[in-house]
Design a binder for this molecule. Structure first.
Ligand code: GLY
Length: 301
């Protein structure tokens, strides 16, 4: 059995039809590339890294090049991957790299740690040969608020909340979960965070059990308001419910209801070791791609 599921973020406001169609089309295109890799025997880790990297290069999504800037106009990104052997690598608040997901993989494979953050993550990336790259350079349309608003938001929490909550809620974080023909599951998430975030802010995506999680029976990636998702440990909560009750669709639905109960816009994709795919969200739109096959791959033939 091989399977792939991808999301392109959960939206609280309905995007215009053409934008909706385009984000679904691009997700389908990247998902098909990943699925073909699985069909020709690639391992799940290479597949999620490749699909997420493609989305990190696409300004349509809030990850890598398409990342929202913080209130200082700087892009700070979070990315994480985790596999069914519970190996895990993540970067938080990393700047000036093109593919945060590749650095997260290097953290998993080349360090004794799970998470590197901020300047330490950048230093590590350079030591591994990841060149300097400004993700904002090809994303001139990425609005990060008026100068006066930004200044006030940095020192007035209530004003920050009013402006940030009043702005559109587009959480176009990206996530992928893959199952390869050796039975390995890998879940990954990458994000530029939320619009008009404070410098140094870390979201849920690169926190194990919040935005990304994988056990030997299920892999999950979340999208939405990180501040809420991390409070309910959304992906861990769903994995636990699935382990106890064995119903993936119900577990996803119950997890998202917990998000709704604290007024958190969120969405999740899930893929089980048996190839069951499920997703749920409480926003108005979340592009999802999914494919599976139990045909023999080139490797297993
Ligand atoms: N879910 C993405 C973030 O809050 O950073």
């Amino acid at each position: 059995m091989i399977a792939l599921v991808c999301h392109g973020g959960c939206h609280d406001l309905m995007p215009p039809e053409d934008e909706k169609a385009l984000s679904q089309k691009k997700l389908d295109e990247y998902g098909e590339i990943g699925f073909k890799m699985l069909e020709t025997g690639a391992n799940a880790l290479d597949v999620v890294e490749n699909v997420i990297s493609l989305m990190e290069d696409d300004p349509m999504f809030d990850a890598g090049t398409g990342s929202f800037r913080n209130l200082n106009g700087i892009v700070e990104m979070d990315a994480m991957l985790m596999d069914s052997k519970q190996r895990c690598g993540a970067v938080q608040c990393i700047q000036n790299v093109r593919h945060p997901i590749k650095v997260a993989r290097a953290v998993m494979e080349k360090t004794p740690h799970c998470i590197l953050s901020g300047t330490g993550a950048v230093q590590f990336a350079r030591s591994q040969g990841f060149p300097e790259y400004d993700p904002a350079q090809n994303n001139a349309g990425n609005d990060y608020g008026e100068a006066g608003d930004r200044k006030r938001m940095l020192c007035d929490i209530q004003y920050y909340r009013d402006v940030a909550r009043g702005s559109d809620h587009v959480f176009s974080t990206v996530g992928v979960v893959a199952l390869d023909d050796s039975g390995t599951l890998v879940a990954a998430t990458s994000t530029g965070g939320i619009r008009m975030k404070m410098p140094g802010r870390v979201g849920d995506s690169a926190i194990p059990g919040a935005g990304t999680y994988c056990t030997d029976s299920v892999g999950l990636s979340a999208t939405g308001e990180g501040e809420g998702i991390m409070k309910i440990c959304l992906t861990h909560e769903i994995a636990l419910t699935y382990a106890m009750k064995g119903d993936l669709a119900e577990a996803c639905k119950a997890g998202i209801s917990k998000g709704s109960a604290i007024d958190c816009i969120c969405g999740v994709i899930a893929l089980s070791r048996t190839g069951e795919i499920s997703y749920a969200f409480n926003g108005v739109f979340m592009p999802v791609f999914h494919r599976k096959s139990d045909r023999k791959t080139r490797k297993s033939r």
